[in-house]
Design a protein around this ligand. Structure first.
Ligand SMILES: Cc1ncc(COP(=O)(O)O)c(C=O)c1O
Length: 426
């Protein structure tokens, strides 16, 4: 095997020049992402490094997958041990592994009791790989609940979702996206979803009928423009779910696990759902893993052998990463740091907004901050920020997304604010 990491120029996985890497992607890859022209060779903490020795502060954190910072030593150490120790590979799901067992216990007990109306039964976890898979699992749960408990005829179940939602890219999920670009030409789409404006409790009330089995909501919309619903909205959804016996599902794939300054975003409003969907940072940004967590009684109702499954879902390497990644969030006090540094950074951004003619609104909690620009084209600003050593992108076209790893400190926040000032204040 050739060792390619021997010289300063050869930083990263290979000595192949950046230009060739761009060509490889253009020629051989699906063009499903609009990329910024940066080839990242190495990552560490909040930093992304390129072959020419430049570094960029990562203000995206892979859409919350790198909450613990890139290559956190405790997570890397756990993975290296697992690989070298011979207990990392995927094993047929007909046997038990200690890695999975320990992960299930850790996550089930970390999440507050889901669906307390079903009893104080504890939680159960169903692991998958990408976030979208766990959203589908949650949808299966709500539909089965409607069928089995509410006697809705199978095939007639309806779930209420929200405009500008983002829950992933598979067929069922894009079927209820309100972005035509996500759906066009991919039909036949999956029926059984009713979409209403985000934050509008009256519209939710109006959408409930005898076939409604559940509500699926992001407690903060990441891709939809970095919005939180108005205060009281999540509580209103809880009340409606109790009154009409609906399965209330929170998708916390992007806003959970410390991103907004609480372990779970729903803790800002103290509203407990019946099930929660987690992904991204659950395994520290090094291997994919996602999970659906619900009340034990409900999980046992919907998922018996043969009813669900995934070859890699919950395989040892991912579980070992997740065990370490969840510990890091707690041991390194990253939730507290997200709240504290988020507030520090938000104050600086608010001050910039007071001097800027470009900013329409600043929104955010913790290290989940959106800067909506007046011209509606956030990427104009993100390109300039990239030239200054800051990687950002847009959310919903109009908003600059500020969501760095939660290990950010004051110095990193100052670095971000200085660059925002240069680009947003004339
Ligand atoms: C709220 C939310 N749900 C679901 C997903 C889909 O997750 P994945 O891309 O891992 O399938 C995302 C991804 O950004 C997300 O932000």
């Amino acid at each position: 095997m050739t060792n390619v990491n021997t010289t300063r120029q050869n930083i990263g996985f290979s000595p192949i020049p950046d230009k060739d890497i761009l060509d490889f992607e253009h020629i051989y890859g699906a063009h499903h992402y609009e990329r910024l022209g940066l080839v990242v060779r190495k990552t560490e903490g909040i930093w992304l490094h390129t072959a020419d020795g430049k570094k960029y502060l990562d203000c995206l954190a892979a859409y919350s997958a790198a909450n613990q910072g890139h290559h956190h030593p405790a997570i890397v150490g756990a993975l290296v041990d697992a690989l070298q120790g011979g207990y990392a590979s995927v094993i047929s799901n007909v046997v038990y592994t200690d890695a999975l067992g320990m992960f299930l216990k850790k996550l089930a007990t970390l999440v507050p009791q889901m669906g307390p109306r079903f009893g104080d039964n504890g939680n159960k976890v169903l692991p998958k790989n990408g976030g979208v898979e766990s959203v589908e699992t949650a949808i299966k749960m709500a539909r089965y609940y409607g069928y089995k408990v509410k006697d809705i005829p199978d095939g007639k179940q309806e779930i209420i979702v929200f405009q500008n939602n983002f829950h992933g890219r598979m067929i069922t999920i894009v079927s209820f996206s309100t972005s035509p670009k996500y759906r066009e030409g991919f039909g036949p789409l999956t029926p059984g979803f009713v979409s209403v404006p985000y934050g509008d409790i009256e519209a939710v009330k109006g959408a409930i009928n005898d076939n409604t089995c559940g509500i699926l909501v992001e407690p903060g919309q990441g891709e939809g423009g970095m919005y939180y619903p108005p205060e009281g909205f999540l509580g209103g959804l809880r009340d409606l779910s109790d009154q009409h016996d609906l399965f209330l599902l929170f998708d916390e794939i992007q806003v959970g696990l410390g991103r907004t300054g609480k372990m779970f975003c729903f803790e800002h409003e103290n509203v407990i759902p019946d099930g929660i969907i987690l992904g991204k940072a659950i395994s520290g940004g090094l291997v994919p893993l996602s999970a659906f967590v619900t009340n034990t009684k409900m999980m046992d109702l919907a998922f018996q052998p043969g009813r669900d499954g995934s070859t890699f879902g919950g395989y040892p390497l991912a579980c070992i990463a997740a065990n370490a990644a969840l510990d890091v969030l707690i041991n390194d006090k990253l939730i507290e740091n997200s709240a504290r540094i988020g507030e520090y950074l938000k104050k600086k951004i608010d001050a910039i907004a007071s001097r800027s003619t470009h900013i329409k609104e600043v929104r955010g909690r913790g290290l989940f901050i959106g800067i909506e620009v007046k011209n509606g084209n956030a990427m104009d600003y993100c390109r300039k920020l990239l030239d200054l050593g800051l990687l950002c992108n847009d959310s919903h076209g109009h908003t600059i997304r500020i969501s760095p790893p939660l290990v950010l400190d004051e110095e990193g926040a100052d670095y971000i604010a200085e660059r925002l000032e240069k680009v947003l204040v004339d």
